[in-house]
Design a protein around this ligand. Sequence first.
Ligand SMILES: Cc1cc2nc3c(=O)[nH]c(=O)nc-3n(C[C@H](O)[C@H](O)[C@H](O)COP(=O)(O)OP(=O)(O)OC[C@H]3O[C@@H](n4cnc5c(N)ncnc54)[C@H](O)[C@@H]3O)c2cc1C
Length: 415
Amino acid sequence: MSDETHIIIGTGHGGVQLAASLRELGFSGRIVLIGEEPDLPYQRPPLSKGYLTGAVTAEGLLLRGAKFYEDRDIELLLGEPATLIDRAAKEVELRSGRRLRYDHLTLALGVRNRPLPVPGGELDGVFSVRSIDDSNRLREHIEAAENIVIIGGGFIGLELAGGAAKLGKKVTVVELAPRVMARAVTPSLSAFFEMAHRRRGVEVLTGTEVERLTGESDHVTGVVLKEGRHLPADIVLFGIGVVVNSELAEAAGLAVEDGIVVDELLQTSDPFISAIGDCANHPNVYAGSRIRLESVQNAVDQARCVAARLTGHPTPYADVPWFWSDQADLKLQMVGLPVGAERNILRGDREAESFSIFVFKAGRLIAVESVNRPADHMAVRTLMKLGIEVSEEEIDDPSFDLKAFAQAKRKAAVA
Ligand SMILES: Cc1cc2nc3c(=O)[nH]c(=O)nc-3n(C[C@H](O)[C@H](O)[C@H](O)COP(=O)(O)OP(=O)(O)OC[C@H]3O[C@@H](n4cnc5c(N)ncnc54)[C@H](O)[C@@H]3O)c2cc1C
């Protein structure tokens, strides 16, 4: 039995996975999970998807039931924001003033939504979604709303648009960039989703700036665009980027630059402190640079990587990045990172809304974006994980059976 204490701050996907993986790998010391949110740890992705439309229940959101933590002797301190890290004493201080000593500390602090920087942003009826509370508030108001304006055409904005349109609302998406999801996907995929949402009755305005929100008796009534148009709105939702929760790390003197800076082992500038998930700025082999990724895959795999190091098996973080986003009845799945894309090859049928865009750079497959084509996504995830190349010629050839190719390679690898 180890007498070491591992403290984890943050009870999201990363923090919970780390606690679980430490136990799985045999760590027998004390594990304390500290979270500022009062709820049992839950999943965020359904908040803008199934939970909003009612397809997922509150119970279905939970990452694990209460018994999971009890059975593994994982101490949960919920509703307890950590306010200070005392690196000299190796202690964490909570808002209540209580101090806890650590042998190793992991920061899984996540991000928060960037506030809406326009006049009227503070009116009632203006929502963004990050927590279960946010989603509950929105659920209370969405029913009665007729006109909904969504500011920001990123993943979350478009998921909300898909859900609201499904509920029969009149939805307008306003995006400042020339195309939707511009930071994360190829122009070709952006163009497809703009068209697909329009087909479903959503008005999508790109290259369009919001000037201010209008209100009556403190409640939002609409959105005024820079070009002068007034969009009536009973509620306004926004998803315009995030701010990293890195203040705690910065105040403790750790290196911070667009997130908490970690090395390839996810160690911060203090060897007794690691950082994982949305808040960690890490060297990523697929990006070929430092990057911060906001995805469940990244948080979970980074947690596993830290657990392996702390139980004696240090391995640099090198997991294949993948992501999904459900928008209306469209399932987008992405693998790899389309950084520096040079050539796209399409497989499937765009018109039928079932296709994949294979992205190549210098003749190498670097990413695949699939819409309602899960088999392509899974095949490429397998191949990337095994480090097996697939050529432009093969992908370009309609008779090439990608799924069978990946299955054969996987079989050979495990034999
Ligand atoms: C609406 C929505 C939809 C999403 N959809 C998808 C999707 O479809 N696919 C996908 O891959 N990803 C999706 N994501 C992103 C995904 O949820 C995140 O990448 C993931 O949650 C990151 O996990 P994390 O552990 O790094 O951080 P988080 O899950 O954000 O957890 C961080 C936790 O730390 C807590 N915390 C911060 N500071 C302190 C402190 N000082 N003291 C105590 N606690 C603190 C926070 O309150 C929070 O609970 C979505 C996110 C949102 C908000």
